[in-house]
Design a protein around this ligand. Structure first.
Ligand SMILES: [Zn+2]
Length: 494
């Protein structure tokens, strides 16, 4: 058995002065936290000892919605709403090789670990048919960098918005057909099954697989139900996008005659094993369904703001008892994977819309979302997200002598409102030290960054300027979105 002892550290604790319990000792045995105590722990039998003096131990943060290929796309766009922002990239047909996928996922994992995020839910897309080589590459990246990861291969086979664009402008019909899905559903389901067989619960449980249908309106029932069946056979779950924009919420009502959430309920695709990214445009009935089914919502504050998607009704969700996790979303729409930024925005933005200050979120609420909420999205409720005996040993030690904790008044509030990730000193994932003294121990960080720059310098050149036909299609999509946005809807999220 591998034992790590962290001596004399400060532990985040809401019942202690300044939210810090001082002079604590933490014993980690293999993958789990064995003891958290103010009593001395005999250090003779441990494999390694870490000094916790001047350090604050907090549960590792969990990024519950990311798209690792977008780690190459940071800083690529602005002033563009969701449905249009990746059109240039996707219409160019540029894809990533398995090596690019591997390096891109490493890039994000390093960014996260360095800023105290110990687990990620990667809703992993490829810009061409998903192969097992692509999926191997992303899992190998997380295996090698040492972060905890659940990967949900994103898949879709329908484009209902395109039908609406053609309806508005029939001259675009021929060209829009080029964007029809070429997904071979049985082939995809075989790949998903192989992926689960090969990787689910690998690395002693640190790596997990989820099914990742892109969203209700973008997936046929064969894809949705086939994906859910495979996940169920492996006792895993589903991760998908829901109601990110008003346009999507309207489209689902047009397609199914009811909301997306009630359609998912009818199709038995909700529950504690299901996490839904965004849920910005859900209404009271939808939120009641999410609460009753125990479905997890992943709130992507920064991304929703950048894309102008609106403000999810997070205070209303929490008051109903809905478990809410936090996500950075892909770096094309955020543009980083630093959860401290997301936490601060989450703590602030809902105050701007809510006049009753008693309903505002506290720093403790936000920390719970970033830890226990994230654990629920990963299917690890009760096993991850708290610093106490029996839990998986994912934790971060921050320097209390940093600018952001000097002077120390309340550790919870300073974590949320002051810290930006720069006080992170040591990071432990699954009982292994992966960052120490601010340095990554698992892979050569400089080499990964250097290769990422080289690979992207070549690939970026392949993103062609939009053809005339694509520009016409983009204008058609823009007109359709404007038309949707102008329609009445019974809730407002702007
Ligand atoms: Zn997303």
């Amino acid at each position: 058995m591998m034992r790590i002892l962290i001596e004399n550290c400060n532990v985040l604790d809401e019942n202690s002065a300044h939210s810090v319990a001082e002079n604590m000792n933490i014993l980690i045995e293999d993958h789990r936290i064995a003891r958290v105590t103010s009593s001395p722990i005999d250090g003779d039998n441990v494999d390694s000892k870490l000094s916790g003096k001047g350090r604050l131990a907090v549960p590792g943060l969990i990024n519950a919605h990311a798209h690792s290929p977008e780690n190459y796309l940071k800083g690529m766009t602005e002033k563009v709403p969701l449905e249009l922002w990746l059109f240039d990239f996707f219409s160019s047909g540029v894809g990533f090789s398995p090596r690019e996928t591997y390096v891109g996922a490493q890039l994000g994992a390093i960014e996260m670990l360095r800023a105290g995020t110990t687990a990620v839910l990667d809703h992993f897309w490829v810009n061409s048919g998903m192969t097992i080589e692509d999926l191997d590459a992303v899992m190998e990246a997380y295996r090698d960098v040492g972060i905890r990861a659940s990967v949900a291969p994103l898949v879709e086979d329908l484009r209902p918005e395109m039908e609406a664009v053609i309806h508005n402008d029939p001259e675009l019909t021929a060209h829009a057909r080029d964007f029809e899905s070429a997904l071979d559903v049985p082939d995809y389901l075989d790949t998903l099954e192989s992926f689960f067989q090969k990787w689910h619960l690998s690395e002693e449980g640190r790596l997990r697989c989820l099914a990742g249908p892109s969203g209700l309106q973008w997936c046929s029932s064969e894809v949705l139900e086939g994906s859910a069946d495979i996940a169920a056979r492996f006792a895993s779950g589903l991760h998908m996008h829901v109601d990110e924009t008003k346009s999507q919420a309207l489209l689902c009502r047009e397609l199914y005659g009811r909301s997306s959430v009630s359609t998912l309920l009818e199709r038995k695709l909700l529950g504690p094993h299901v996490s839904l990214a965004h849920c910005v445009w859900v209404d009271d009935d939808d939120m009641n369904i999410l609460a009753e089914t125990g479905t997890v919502v992943v709130h992507n504050t920064a991304s929703n703001m950048k894309l102008g998607s609106g403000f999810a009704p997070i205070p209303s969700m929490r008051e109903r008892g809905i478990t809410v996790a936090l996500g950075a979303d892909g770096s094309a729409s955020n543009d980083n994977q630093v959860l401290f930024d997301v936490m601060k925005l989450t703590a602030l933005v809902h105050n701007a819309r809510e006049v009753d200050h008693r309903r505002w979120l506290s720093a403790r609420d936000v920390m719970t979302m970033a830890t226990r909420g994230g654990a629920a999205a990963l299917g690890l409720t009760g096993e991850l997200g708290e610093l106490k005996p029996g839990m998986l040993a994912d934790l971060t030690l921050l320097r209390l002598d940093s600018l952001y904790f000097t002077p120390l008044n309340d550790a919870f509030r300073q974590l949320i409102y002051c810290e930006n990730g720069s006080s992170v000193d040591t990071v432990i994932v699954d009982g292994k030290v992966v960052v120490q003294g601010g340095e990554l121990l698992t892979v050569d960080e400089d080499a990964v960054l250097s290769e990422a720059r080289e690979l992207w310098n070549i690939t970026r050149e392949k993103i062609a300027h939009l053809s005339d036909a694509n520009q016409a299609l983009l204008r058609g999509m823009e007109a359709y979105q404007a038309e949707q946005s102008a329609k009445d809807f019974h809730v407002s999220r702007h």
